[in-house]
Design a protein around this ligand. Structure first.
Ligand code: AMP
Length: 391
């Protein structure tokens, strides 16, 4: 992957694809500007190199055409505050008016374009649209890891027309952290996987068996594995069509000598509600109609003990319904164990970043990925299209 560091960028016009798909509240205020902060190192570097910077991103899922609710203007304002310098804003991302604004850029200045997805050609990876974006610049830089699993105009299409393309610092850091932790880890490598469904992480589970020494499975996805072991999971969330697949994964892990840990006790509730009646039970004690919403304290302790011996930890997916207080303890215990470990630790997947934040361990892990789908894509062993396009 060519890095922007290896190019002569001074005086050049750079089109930087960033991921400023920021969470906004109802009034259109940014509720978390981490995604902007994650790009500041690159932007500052390029300003010092006297490049002319065009920043482009998508925001939300506008349904065709312009929609003020999804404007990137607030992102331009916030970036300007963070850099303490002006950031110009273009009302569109292609067209004559935008070209004029680009031509007017002086070295070290920044122009942010309006939401790429106001043009449906962005998602369709339309060649003419890709070319129109590429025509704005001398160099295309992808720094939008979180969308690099998508084949879209500003991610892959543009590289066919841009004179030169390279990776930005964030994209490099994300890809390197993943490969260092999974494919060249300090052993033992422990992967903690949780969340709602086996189906959404099946490919990742199967691929991880190639690398891990220990795999911890929690969350609702553990229910399907427990069912494969003959546990009657009663009213718990489960994917019956994947019970055989879960058995296959466990058999494969056994053959390879991988220590696969499942919950040995559960926090169960009479309904899916934070005010539900709940209690801790062993696997064969789930009352009729009740559901498992978290791993129990004994499981959490076993998981934490395993994590304490890790050389490298990858965590994707909560251990329970961490959004509801009574079912957050399993996730908190795993988070604390990761935070307390001296292993290189990577946290990835949208909900997991949120869980890490809620558990207060953000500053105590080695790396938190900015990508959900893109991180999972790498865990599945696939090359990101946005990365392949740069090669
Ligand atoms: P994912 O996006 O697959 O990582 O799933 C995250 C979601 O899984 C979170 O919103 C959790 O509330 C949910 N989850 C975790 N454990 C359970 C469980 N035992 N039952 C139902 N939902 C769960």
């Amino acid at each position: 992957m060519k890095s922007v560091r290896d190019l002569d960028v001074s005086g050049k016009t750079l089109f930087i694809r960033v991921d400023y798909n920021l969470p906004m509240d109802d009034q259109g205020n940014i509720s978390d500007d981490n995604r902007i902060r994650a790009t500041l190192e690159l932007i500052t570097y390029l300003i010092e190199k006297k490049s002319k910077l065009i920043l482009a991103s998508h925001l939300g899922r506008p349904k065709g055409g312009r929609d003020k609710k999804f404007s990137l203007k607030p992102a331009a304002v916030r970036l300007s505050e963070l850099l303490n310098m002006p950031v110009a804003f273009a009302e569109d991302c292609i067209g004559d008016a935008v070209k004029k604004q680009v031509q007017a850029l002086e070295p070290g200045q920044i122009l942010m374009l309006e939401n790429l997805r106001f043009h449906e050609e962005e998602k369709k990876n339309d060649p003419d649209f890709s070319k129109a974006l590429a025509d704005l610049c001398d160099v295309y830089v992808n720094d939008a890891f979180a969308v690099s699993h998508r084949d879209q105009a500003s991610v892959t299409g543009i590289t066919r027309y841009a004179k030169s393309s390279a990776a930005g610092f964030l994209l490099e850091k994300e890809v390197r952290s993943y490969y260092d932790s999974v494919e060249h880890p300090k052993k033992p490598l422990i992967v903690v996987i949780g969340g709602a469904k086996v189906s959404s992480k099946l490919a990742a589970l199967e691929n991880m068996l190639k690398f891990v020494d220990c795999m911890i499975i929690g969350g609702a996805m553990a229910n399907t594995f427990l069912a494969a072991n003959g546990v009657d999971t009663k009213g718990s969330m489960i994917e019956t069509d994947l019970i055989d697949t879960a058995s296959g994964i466990m058999a494969h892990a056994r053959e390879k000598g991988i220590n696969l840990l499942l919950p040995s006790d559960l926090v169960v509730a009479d309904r899916f509600d934070k005010d539900a009646q709940s209690r801790t039970v062993s696997l064969n004690e789930i009352p009729d109609g009740w559901m498992a919403l978290d791993v129990g304290p004994e499981s959490a302790k076993r998981f934490a003990n395993a994590i304490a011996s890790a050389g490298t930890i990858v965590w994707n997916g909560p251990m329970g319904v961490f959004e509801m207080g009574p079912f957050a303890a399993g996730t908190q215990a795993v988070a604390d164990a990761i935070a307390g470990s001296s292993a290189f630790s990577v946290v990835g997947g949208g909900d997991t970043g949120l869980a890490a934040k809620q558990c207060g361990i953000t500053e105590k892990v080695s790396y938190i990925s900015t990508g959900g789908g893109a991180f999972l894509h790498m865990m599945e062993g696939k090359v990101l299209p946005g990365v392949a396009a740069l090669e």
